[in-house]
Design a protein around this ligand. Structure first.
Ligand code: MSP
Length: 519
């Protein structure tokens, strides 16, 4: 069985989970579920980013120790992912002791490779983004260029990583591997970034200012920069570095350990692409570790022209629709509505259009087919070859797979919905109700219903990554023990299963009113 390792970003434990986090995580979940359906052995990693100034300040504001805030927020994220049916295999917290050990081992390796030096940093820092920005980036208004938050001027001792040494190797890697950063627009952005001289990366902060973090192994008066700490989580969870082993046997360079590294795909929003596509690969090169196989940057949920963000107080939250429409419907909306990589904005009207597809096309098909099997065949799926729609199924599955492999999830799900639409058309053309009145045409009736049940089995498989609960329910209604895997679709032979009816999979619901949350 081939293996697949995918990661979501790890979320700052300073704030509540919101739509932006949920979108990234659902996207990762859909990919993980798709890969499992394709028969792969998946490791899906998510977690919380728990160190640094942002957490330190948030905890101080609330008057609690940072650890307490982290425990609380890690719990909130876990609960949110449970509510959204996220199927992660591992939830990492950067305050786990095992992680600190891996961070130290990697920093030591960089230092042994002659890539660390001491220097003075003078410049602008944004706590919101946990990043330095140049004079030019903060502009005359002195605002962080990502979210427009405040920046502070800082002058202090830091250790630096010789990131500039890797500029050429990295630029060549991006050039030679056009599919490494997707979508292409984002890749061009990074190529543009790498066309200008790349500075070195500050990797530590004085402990007197930031105490909440991992001390540098050779200078405990300095705290590891939170992005260095955070990015390394991907390696920690993979098992690629054994920090407890003697130097030379820790997994670097020519002596790799059996592990899940390199990741098959890192997923993140476009706001944190540079850290993932520049800092991270440079750090990996410096530590003699292989690079991730792919970096996928998605767009933002926007309100007007700005990112939906808690700090901006403009969160209009479709997650609130779960109560009325169900988790699967919200997942469907988020995945179907946003072309992977582009921005999109939530509106109640668009939500309804997407919901009605589920209810009028997919839900309706399920209802009709199950009712007809009950009415005309006593509830048992007829054993007929079921050749109807074979070509259409083949084409839909091909398009679906091709889109999913190419990370165009919206296209993949559009193909699945199109198949359901075609199947509804097939019902209307064949008119099973007319066939049922004519004993001479019983064979045709059986053939028609058997074909339709086959389509439903295929649809259960195609929709499972985005609508896991409803797909399981669909499989149950047509008498299957579980949702089939992709490789099983060709052999599905309807016949003999007992169908069961139930309430509509996607019941009619009134249009949602815009709801406000967060702030
Ligand atoms: N802790 C860092 C990531 C470290 S990864 C080694 C971080 N955390 S975060 O809590 O700010 O969450 C970031 C993720 O949420 C990003 O993928 C970001 O793009 C996503 N989103 C936050 N707001 C968003 C929208 N309005 N729309 C879509 N996603 C956005 O950054």
């Amino acid at each position: 069985m081939s293996s697949f390792y995918l990661t979501s970003p790890i979320y700052y434990a300073s704030g509540e989970p919101h739509l932006g986090h949920a979108y990234t995580t659902i996207l990762a979940d859909v990919l993980a579920r798709y890969r499992r359906r394709a028969g792969e052995d998946v490791l899906f990693l998510t977690g919380t980013d728990e160190h640094g100034q942002k957490i330190q300040e948030a905890a101080a504001q609330q008057g609690i120790p940072p650890r307490e805030l982290c425990d609380l927020m890690a719990g909130r994220f876990r609960a949110a992912w449970e509510d959204l049916n996220i199927s992660h295999d591992r939830f990492i917290r950067t305050t786990e002791p095992g992680h600190a050990a891996v961070v130290s081992a990697i920093l030591e390796r960089l230092r042994d490779n002659g890539l660390i030096y001491e220097g003075e940093y003078a410049g602008w820092y944004s706590v919101g983004q946990e990043r330095y920005f140049t004079e030019k980036e903060v502009g005359p208004d002195r605002k962080d260029p990502v979210a427009g938050g405040p920046v502070e001027h800082i002058r202090e001792k830091n250790y630096f990583f010789r990131m500039s040494r890797f500029q050429e190797r990295l630029r060549k890697h991006v050039e030679d591997n056009p599919e490494w950063i997707v979508p292409a627009g984002r890749r061009n952005e990074i190529l543009g970034f790498l066309a200008r001289p790349l500075g070195d990366l500050s990797i530590s902060r004085p402990r007197s200012r930031i105490h909440w973090g991992i001390p540098l192994p050779w200078d405990p008066d300095q705290t590891t920069y939170v992005w260095v700490d955070a990015l390394i989580n991907y390696v920690t969870a993979s098992g690629a570095v054994d920090a407890g082993a003697p130097k030379g046997r820790q997994g670097f360079g020519d002596a790799p350990l059996p592990s899940r590294w390199p990741a098959d795909v890192h997923l993140m929003g476009k706001d944190i692409l540079t850290t993932h596509a520049v800092y991270w690969p440079a750090l990996l090169m410096g530590a003699d570790l292989p690079l991730p196989r792919k970096i996928l940057a998605h767009g933002w949920w926007v309100v007007g022209a700005t990112k939906m963000s808690k700090s901006l107080g403009n969160v209009v939250d479709p997650l609130g629709l779960r109560d009325r429409f169900g988790t699967d419907a919200v997942r469907w909306y988020l995945m179907r509505e946003m072309p992977t990589g582009q921005d999109a904005s939530y509106t109640p009207e668009r939500f309804m259009i997407r919901y009605e597809e589920l209810s009028n096309v997919l839900g309706n098909l399920v209802h009709r087919v199950v009712s007809m099997v009950k009415r005309y065949c006593g509830g048992t799926v007829p054993s007929a070859p079921g050749h109807g729609l074979r070509r259409e199924i083949g084409q839909a599955v091909d398009k679906y797979r091709d889109s999913m492999e190419g990370y165009r999830l919206h296209d993949g799900f559009a193909a699945a919905m199109e198949l359901a639409r075609t199947a509804n058309g097939f019902v209307e053309n064949r008119e099973p109700w007319t066939l049922a009145r004519d004993p001479q045409r019983e064979g045709e009736l059986e053939e028609t219903l058997s074909s339709l049940v086959r389509v439903l089995a295929v649809l259960a498989c195609l929709f499972e990554p985005v609508a896991p609960q409803k797909s399981q329910e669909l499989a149950r209604r047509i008498g299957l023990p579980r949702v089939p895997r992709l490789a099983e679709l060709a052999e599905i032979a309807p016949g003999g299963q007992v169908v069961s009816s139930g309430p509509p999979l996607f019941p009619r619901v009134e249009e949602p009113q815009p709801s406000r949350a967060g702030g």
